[in-house]
Design a protein around this ligand. Structure first.
Ligand code: SAM
Length: 269
């Protein structure tokens, strides 16, 4: 893995990238004017987009805490990690289990360029980063990080948070299965992804803005998201809008129409 000049050389500042648009809308600092233009256009179409993204990030935190604390999971494979945003998954997990191991995967050179901030593991645990595309699962499964950091005799949580909207059919289900098939019984799958069920017009206009910038995106309805979990044991409350999945008591209250993401967690029997 390199996260030096070569990653920076690959960064394309001529067109918007999903990781950087997300970073911009969430108030981060690792983006370019082209991402600001895209993000502003999207938020103009759907002013609740920052709320939805924030709620997704809080969902990720609650899922990571649940998996480490309640499900007893100490190994994580996180696909579509995004730019470092505090707290990162390993920080949430290692607060519960300092010995936890996390393998991060993303295909964007800007995430690779900032990967150092994801490699700040506790001394008892480990973090690693794989520069790979989910559409090429072999590259993930054959990577040194996957093979050396994760012990496949122990359960692993496969977390794919706010990422599958960028993986259109027909390969989407098979790609998730290919990764899950490598993990032992007792492993978990956690997903959040975009739905247009709660603000259809606004979200479909945002989707058109992504597509117009060369970023393929899809929305999915409840059934289509649930299908990723076929054959797995859903954790309560099952599939929910992300802000309704095991909410914290002090959580900001939001309207249904402000959140365009479904999320769920399930156990592999
Ligand atoms: C919206 S961000 C989500 C970041 C983080 N998981 C979260 O929920 O806060 C989506 C991330 O998925 C990454 N991504 C998109 N398509 C991908 C692919 N085919 N393989 C690996 N990563 C991908 C993008 O680069 C981006 O960093």
């Amino acid at each position: 893995m390199t996260h030096d000049g070569s990653a920076r050389d690959r960064i394309d500042t001529g067109r918007a990238h999903s990781a950087r648009v997300y970073d911009y809308i969430l108030g981060g600092k690792d983006h370019y004017p082209v991402d600001v233009e895209a993000g502003d256009a999207m938020v103009a179409e759907w002013p609740s987009m920052p709320v939805s993204m924030r709620q997704n990030r809080l969902f990720m935190n609650r899922v990571a805490r649940y998996l480490a604390r309640e499900a007893g999971i100490g190994q994580f494979l996180d696909i579509g990690t995004g730019l470092p945003t505090s707290p990162n998954l390993h920080e949430v997990v290692q607060e519960e289990r300092p010995d936890a191991s996390i393998v991060y995967v993303d295909n964007d050179p800007i995430v690779l360029a900032h990967a150092q901030a994801l490699l700040t593991s506790s001394s008892q645990g480990r973090t690693a980063y794989v520069d790979a595309d989910m559409r090429d699962p072999g590259a993930i499964l054959e990577s040194e990080a996957f093979r050396e950091v994760l012990d496949l005799k122990q359960p692993v949580a496969l977390t794919i948070i706010a990422m599958l909207q960028f993986v259109p059919p027909p390969d989407d289900y098979a790609l998730v299965r290919r990764l899950l098939d490598q993990l032992p019984s007792g492993s978990y799958l956690a997903i959040s992804t975009v739905t247009d069920e709660f603000a259809p017009e606004e979200i479909n206009r945002v989707m058109e803005l992504y597509r117009g910038r060369g970023i393929p995106v899809v929305t999915r309805d409840r059934e289509q998201v649930e299908a990723f979990f076929d054959g797995l044991e859903m954790v309560e409350p099952g599939l929910a809008q992300v802000h309704r999945w095991r909410p914290d008591p002090e959580q900001e209250s939001v309207d249904t129409s402000q959140v365009g993401m479904y999320g769920a967690v399930a156990r592999k029997p």
